[in-house]
Write a protein that binds this ligand. Structure first.
Ligand code: FEO
Length: 387
């Protein structure tokens, strides 16, 4: 349980959650980390904490550098309990310590923990001196809760970015030049799609506010620290936050007796005929949080369901609920599916996609089982609407 030095007197002292497989509904197949950072200066400062069950691990890492009882400031960049969960134990140990947080952070921490802790509330752009360093705080509301802020150390050229630029990824490596960059980028993309996407306008504002900072290291609160591919992850955030898409299609469906699945493959043929990659996601076999990773950059979103008891299938309804909450914008949509005697499923899918304000293609439905000529018609009809 060793700390990792980032630069002189600045250490990673977080916790590694190797076994985490579900983060409020998001499948985290590679675990996660909760990154806390220790700055040893005249005022010893801890930036964020860890989930409550990893506090001992964090304390062991801190103790290898300095006696934890000497901590003066704890910066709480974000109230969510994966970062603030260690505060109750720490504050019991450190009754004289001050929590530096945003106005919404103070409000949120009081509501969560009901404790009479000592707070120093900072405003956006405010700087607090801790000795040789000035730490500057910038509010980043809704990235990912109303209370969020980031912290910048000009002396170290480190941006402590909290949830922004994070990934759910448990590793013993700490930096992006030590681990597989494709996996880091995939997990950063999944993180953005499942956590940050609804707040893309706020991300754009945060990127504008942070522009011009001289940054050697981005130190997020989850996963790997960026020191080699900083420009790349910032450029990705620009693209994702502007709902920039690639010319690719997703065909997301569930099926009862394979009729809707046959339609799904007929639709895939339409995209192939137009030289557009189309990926198939049967909801019985794919997790909605993995599908969202692909949604992040897909121009075409095709969703299929048969009708069950006057409704779309529950798997499709669950996907669409999750999807609508994450609010992707600017896509082209298509609803399709089969029915027996009550054509309700496709109508509901179509309405759900319309509510996202997508540019909709004509919905497609077939009674019972599509025959070869139906499938040919489906391919031609979809093909004619692909721009
Ligand atoms: Fe990693 Fe919004 O907490």
């Amino acid at each position: 349980m060793k700390p990792v030095q980032i630069t002189k007197d600045v250490y990673w002292v977080g916790g590694i959650d190797w076994d985490l497989r579900n983060f409020h509904g998001y499948l985290t197949q590679r675990g996660s980390t909760y990154n806390a950072y220790l700055i040893v200066d005249e005022k010893i400062t801890l930036i964020d904490t860890v989930k409550y069950y990893l506090v001992d691990e964090m304390l062991e890492r801190i103790s290898a550098v300095v006696d934890p009882a000497k901590i003066d400031y704890i910066v709480s960049n974000h109230v969510e309990m994966d970062h603030s969960g260690g505060l109750p134990r720490l504050m019991d140990m450190l009754p004289g310590a001050t929590i530096i947080t945003s106005p919404k952070g103070e409000e949120g921490l009081k509501l969560h923990y009901k404790k009479d802790w000592k707070f120093k509330v900072v405003q956006s752009g405010e700087t607090v001196n801790i000795g040789k360093r000035d730490l500057t705080y910038v509010m980043t509301p809704m990235v990912h809760w109303p209370d969020n802020m980031v912290c910048y150390s000009a002396k170290d050229k480190i941006l402590f970015s909290n949830d922004a630029f994070g990934q759910h990824l448990a590793t013993s490596e700490r930096f992006d030049d030590e681990y597989h960059i494709d996996i880091i980028n995939e997990e950063a993309m999944k993180y953005y799609a499942n956590i940050v996407l609804p707040y893309s306008l706020q991300v754009q504002k945060a990127l504008a506010d942070l522009k011009g900072l001289d940054i050697d290291v981005i130190a997020p609160s989850h996963g790997i620290l960026w020191r080699k591919n900083i420009a790349g992850i910032i450029e990705n955030y620009r693209k994702w936050s502007s709902n920039g898409t690639d010319n690719k299609a997703l065909i997301i469906y569930d099926t009862m007796w394979k009729s809707t699945e046959k339609m799904a493959f007929a639709i895939q043929n339409a995209f192939e005929n137009k030289n557009i990659f189309a990926r198939m996601f049967n909801l019985q076999h794919n997790h909605i949080s993995d599908i969202m990773t692909e949604v992040l950059t897909a121009k075409y979103i095709c969703v299929g369901s048969p009708t069950l008891n006057k409704n779309m299938l529950p798997t499709v309804a669950a996907f669409l609920t999750y999807f609508k909450g994450l609010a992707p914008k600017g896509r082209k949509g298509l609803a399709f599916g089969s029915y027996g005697w009550a054509p309700f499923g496709v109508k509901q899918v179509d309405e759900a996609l319309q509510s996202c304000k997508f540019d909709m293609m004509d919905a497609i439905q077939v009674q019972y089982v599509p025959n070869p000529s139906d499938l040919k018609d489906i391919t031609e009809k979809v093909q004619s609407q692909i721009s």
